[in-house]
Design a protein around this ligand. Sequence first.
Ligand code: HAM
Length: 421
Amino acid sequence: MNVRRPRGTNDILPEESRKWQFVEEKIRDICRRFGYQEIRTPIFEHTELFERGIGETTDIVEKEMYTFIDRGDRSITLRPEGTACVVRAFIENKLYAQSLPSKLYYLGPMFRYEKPQAGRYRQFSQFGVEAIGSLDPFLDVEMIILPIELYKACGLSEFHVHINSLGCPKCRGAYRDVLQQQLGTKLDQFCEACQGRISRNPLRVLDCKNSKCQSLVDEIPPITEYLCEECSDHFQQVIQYLDMLGIDYELNPKLVRGFDYYTKTVFEITVPGLGAQNAIGGGGRYDGLVEEIGGKAMPAVGYAVGIDRLLLALEQQNISVFPEQNADVYAAHFGGATKTAAVELVMKLREAGLWVEIDYMDRSLKAQMKSADRFNAAWVVIVGESELEAGKVRVRRMDTGAEEDVELDRLVEYLAAEREG
Ligand code: HAM
């Protein structure tokens, strides 16, 4: 019997999930400020969407998709990324008829059949932003600033922005020819994978991790030297905005990214110390994707943050900005009538907005006090028989140990005042 979690997946336990919630809160706040609205698309789509959208010769489509035939004989794929899904939803729901650009964000699990290691999973979570319908270079820059705001809000101070331009089909075609010609003369010196890539998708050779391939590629002129006037102007404007806004970046002519939909600007943000999986996000412009998937020709740009990796980076850099989670009140009782009164009290205090815990295990008072400590409760309200007869409860401040009898009717008011206090 195999009932363990599948390889490359994670259980996010409560101690961890509060960190996720913290990051998600920051995401929603930043998206609100930047004017991005949430879109939720299905977790699975028709396989063809990704084959057309991402590109049939990419690693993701060739080797990494979770694809299956459903009971209706359709080929279905668990989404390996969000961009193609959002563009599909944009077209299908005619969002183009509303004001443009459509500024959308999403948050959720993605699936890739990759070799699992630290920071690389088969189910992982992304926060992505997509702006569809505008060619404004400031939007490319917004796609870099927005995640930077998130990284900073999470306490990350050390990261690097890498940026490149891949041009448009027109100028990229010319560069492909150059690559095929120049790399082809040394074909036998490349790794086996690159030998195949040179004829099918030569740009992919640029970011091969094999050191021999890297040094061979170093001799090739960068793609930015082959950009057409429009792509070159666009890239210059992106750079000018980055300079104007004081954002540090590194021009990286080898940055090609793993999707065929990219045009013009591409970018990635890395953090030191995460080893090979050091990209905590990446994105770029994809001016041909809307048309490729069946919509009207329309420019677009986006970015996705890997949340698992972001949290890993925070852990490795010993950054903890996550707020403590402490209960407000622990209601201690002695069973019988005191429990009934405690239950009523608990519900009243919860209604008033407090986090209130109660003993569910028939523990002794001493054990209940210990339990209150574990919850870091600010107060313990002891519901004892004699106090109850007098219409009161005993309130103990856990930080000072000070105790006071408080009338039951006044308890909510009393705790609210103490809290302000
Ligand atoms: P991506 O670079 O494939 O881009 O993924 C974005 C981020 O997701 C990566 O930088 C990484 O942090 C995280 N990630 C990717 N694969 C894994 C994995 N196996 N395990 C853990 N984390 C992972 C995209 O997905 C594009 N859709 C981004 C985009 C949006 N481009 C335009 N718009």
